[in-house]
Design a protein around this ligand. Structure first.
Ligand code: SF4
Length: 82
């Protein structure tokens, strides 16, 4: 999602079309991974951002993730109620 947000921001700032974002893994064999971006994904991101804004404005704790591998490096794992 972070990469898609960057694509959306670049599109807005540069006033052009973005079709891909790229992640470069410099510690993992210098790999480059392309992430496709399109209008459908932009709408999905905007929908997710609205949900995040709702959580912030209403001061609600989001539900814990069902994907436990996301918790491994999570900044909040020491205070999370999962
Ligand atoms: S530890 Fe982090 S990723 Fe895992 S459920 Fe809690 S907040 Fe979400």
């Amino acid at each position: 999602m972070q990469m898609l947000c960057y694509c959306m921001l670049v599109e807005d700032v540069m006033e052009g079309k973005v079709s891909h974002g790229y992640i470069f893994y410099i510690r993992d064999g210098n790999r480059q991974v392309g992430i496709a971006y399109n209008t459908g994904l932009k709408h999905k991101i905007l929908s997710e951002l609205e949900k995040i804004l709702d959580i912030i404005q209403n001061e609600r704790m989001p539900k814990p993730t069902d994907v436990k591998t996301r918790c491994i490096d999570c900044t909040y794992k020491n205070i999370c109620v999962r």
